[in-house]
Design a protein around this ligand. Structure first.
Ligand code: ADE
Length: 234
């Protein structure tokens, strides 16, 4: 199970929400530990510059390899683990999915590298890919471009941390969620949910859910999940 998360960014303040809600509680309870590291702490010039113009020309700036190398080495030195999984956030990476979350939750140590601008000098991933105690993945949260990897890291961390036993009050609820509900054709999104009152603004809760007939309810929910999934074009 993942229990150690390190994040490297030029905007450590982005990660304040990790103190809230279930993740904040998981931290206080000692289920996980999270380190947030300022990339600029690894720079030696007065301006704390972390980027430079691209070789070959072109618009924008590229993040320099050296501060990244130093930051990653420092995080590894203080967190001995057999294997470190380095996640580099980029719109050019493999797509983040529930399946990947289920896989990453089994990594003991995850390091998130939040790139900005036109990304990080490619030699950083090239270098750590050659290290026997590293696994390197470039990951995207979707086909759109953000200003940097910070928000993507928050998304991925939340999806992983909630899978850790003890983080969610009722672990059974994990089994009935969207993308976990399975059928022969693949994953389904969740069926619609209702709670009290039975009628709201003239809209009634579907009768079958009040029937107490568990087999019928399960059948109805499966059908609804299939309809919703089909409507998403999956
Ligand atoms: N950085 C910029 N856009 C991104 C995206 N879509 N996913 C992950 N990191 C990003």
């Amino acid at each position: 199970m993942s229990n150690r998360f390190d994040v490297i960014s030029i905007f450590p303040e982005y990660f304040a929400p990790l103190e809230l809600s279930l993740i904040g509680k998981a931290k206080s309870a000692g289920l996980i530990s999270i380190g947030i590291h300022d990339l600029r702490a690894q720079t030696s010039d007065v301006h704390g510059s972390v980027d430079d113009t691209p070789y070959g020309g072109g618009a924008g700036m590229v993040m320099s390899a050296e501060p990244w190398g130093k930051a990653i080495d420092e995080v590894v030195a203080t967190n001995p683990s057999e294997i470190h999984e380095l996640i580099v956030l980029t719109p050019a990476g493999e797509k983040f999915t529930q399946k990947l979350a289920n896989e990453l939750v089994n990594s003991k140590h995850l390091i998130f590298a939040c790139g900005r601008y036109e990304g990080i000098d490619s030699r950083v991933t090239d270098f750590y890919k050659t290290m026997p105690n590293f696994k390197v993945r470039e990951v995207s949260i979707g086909d759109y471009v953000l200003n940097g990897g910070e928000v993507a890291t928050l998304v991925i961390m939340e999806a992983i941390i909630r899978l850790i036993p003890g983080v969610i009050g009722n672990p059974l609820s994990l089994d009935e969620e969207s993308h976990t509900l399975a059928d022969e054709a693949g994953t389904l999104v969740e069926y619609p949910n209702y709670t009290k009152p039975q009628e709201w603004r003239g809209l009634k809760v579907p009768e079958v859910l009040l029937s107490g007939n568990h087999a019928l309810i399960a059948e109805y929910r499966k059908e609804q999940a299939l309809i919703r999934t089909r409507n998403l074009g999956k």
